[in-house]
Design a protein around this ligand. Structure first.
Ligand SMILES: [Zn+2]
Length: 414
């Protein structure tokens, strides 16, 4: 792409303040770390920065069941006892990995609103790339919380993009399978999902290579199941790039949603891959280079200093500043980056790559064949486009800070 892509960045200062609990690995605080790096690297000057609107129940029930969203909006740590049956039904509470914490519903509203605002801007051609690091909660189901995820902002954003685009591609580079998104679009040929993930004795247990979609969607779910220790070269050169090249050939998406879960990095608290930040970001740079309207989302990531490093660097890549200094600029959370205070992250030399060249080739060949089989299939015609979803608050609720001072962007609720 020679023309400069417009980039919109969505951040709500309240979002990082929610707390899943002391022993829970999901720390929304990581978003604040990432945001402060983005500010102190000066990347905000290269983007339009927005405060997202909180998504309404009406927006969430475009995918989720009304009963489930009603439960999320009412349950709190103070009234748990009234909701014992519902908590079991919807897989929330202390016996699950989806606790009911203070402000849970507001948290879901904020990260979901940001993804929807990004999708709406892309639909209206107000931007080329929309970034929401608070989103990407890919495990949430229609009527069930799962894997730290409650509301599936990705599915909702894709539904928004489908109002304008005939075909949307979803790419998931989180270490976990993108099961909630795959399931939502398993039987349609209008959304292709590509997930590269650890498979075998690992959450959520789905994402076998033979899970390719069903009915009209047969062939449109793409899964690359991997073993521990995959490295940059194997991940990007052997799989991501050749698969993506083929997808662009056969599917020709009008928009792309990229989930950038950072738990696929080396040294993640829950993950088991061995990607460096440069390797992870190579996928982001590749997708950006396609020049297709792009929604970039966060996801997993449990060694929070590395999550912040990764998403700050990927923001730099998205605004054409991949050469930001490796020395972390001084910021409020500087001590998190001890002892080296560097942006980039090496791979773990003690970790063995259990993905043999033979296995990687077999995965690549199988997936390329699956995609080849779609060629010659009837192409997805442009369908009648329904009107854009009308928000009662209208898009005015998106507070726009045009080229703000860094100080204005620092959290006001510290
Ligand atoms: Zn994950």
């Amino acid at each position: 792409m020679t023309t400069k892509q417009r980039v919109s960045y969505f951040y709500h200062p309240t979002c990082p303040l929610f707390y899943y609990g002391p022993s829970h690995p999901m720390k929304p605080h990581r978003m604040k770390l990432a945001h402060h790096l983005i500010l102190t690297y000066g990347l905000y000057k290269e983007m339009e920065c927005y405060r997202p609107h909180p998504a309404s129940a009406g927006e969430m029930t475009q995918f989720h069941s009304e009963e489930y969203i009603s439960f999320l909006s009412k349950v709190s740590p103070d009234n748990l006892r009234q909701f014992t049956a519902s908590m079991q039904k919807f897989n929330a509470g202390d016996t699950t990995d989806c606790p009911v914490f203070d402000g849970l519903y507001e948290f879901t509203q904020l990260y979901t609103g940001a993804s929807l605002d990004g999708a709406v801007q892309l639909c209206q051609n107000q931007t080329d790339i929309a970034i929401n690091w608070s989103g990407g909660l890919h495990h949430a189901k229609k009527a069930e919380a799962s894997g730290f995820c409650y509301v599936n902002d990705i599915v909702l954003a894709i539904l928004e993009l489908l109002k304008v685009h005939a075909r949307v591609l979803y790419i998931d580079i989180d270490v976990h399978h993108g099961d909630g998104v795959e399931e939502a679009f398993y039987t349609t040929d209008r959304v292709m999902t590509l997930s590269l993930h650890k498979y075998g004795d690992f959450f959520p247990g789905t994402g076998h290579i033979s899970d390719v979609g069903a009915k009209k969607g047969t062939g449109y779910s793409v899964n690359a199941p991997l073993n521990n220790g995959i490295t940059d070269e194997a991940y990007f050169e052997e799989l991501f790039k050749p698969i993506m090249d083929k997808i662009m050939d056969v599917f020709r998406p009008g928009a792309i949603v990229l989930q950038c879960g950072a738990d696929s990095l080396a040294q993640d608290r829950l993950g088991c891959f061995n990607l460096t930040i440069k390797g992870h970001a190579a996928c982001v740079a590749y997708v950006k280079s396609l020049g297709v309207p792009l929604l970039v989302l966060g996801g997993g990531g449990y060694t929070i200093r590395n999550v912040a490093r990764c998403w700050a660097y990927e923001t730099a890549v998205l605004v054409n500043k991949p050469d930001v200094p490796n020395a972390i600029p001084y910021n409020d959370y500087y001590e998190y980056y001890a002892p080296d205070y560097e942006l980039h992250l090496g791979q773990d030399p003690t970790m063995e790559n259990l993905n043999t060249p033979k296995m990687l080739e077999s995965i690549r060949v199988d997936i390329l064949q699956q995609l080849s089989d779609l060629e010659g299939a009837p192409s997805v015609g442009m369908q009648q486009v329904p009107p854009l979803f009308q928000r009662s608050e209208s898009s005015d609720s998106v507070k726009r800070d045009r080229k703000p001072h860094a100080a204005e962007l620092y959290d006001t609720v510290d």
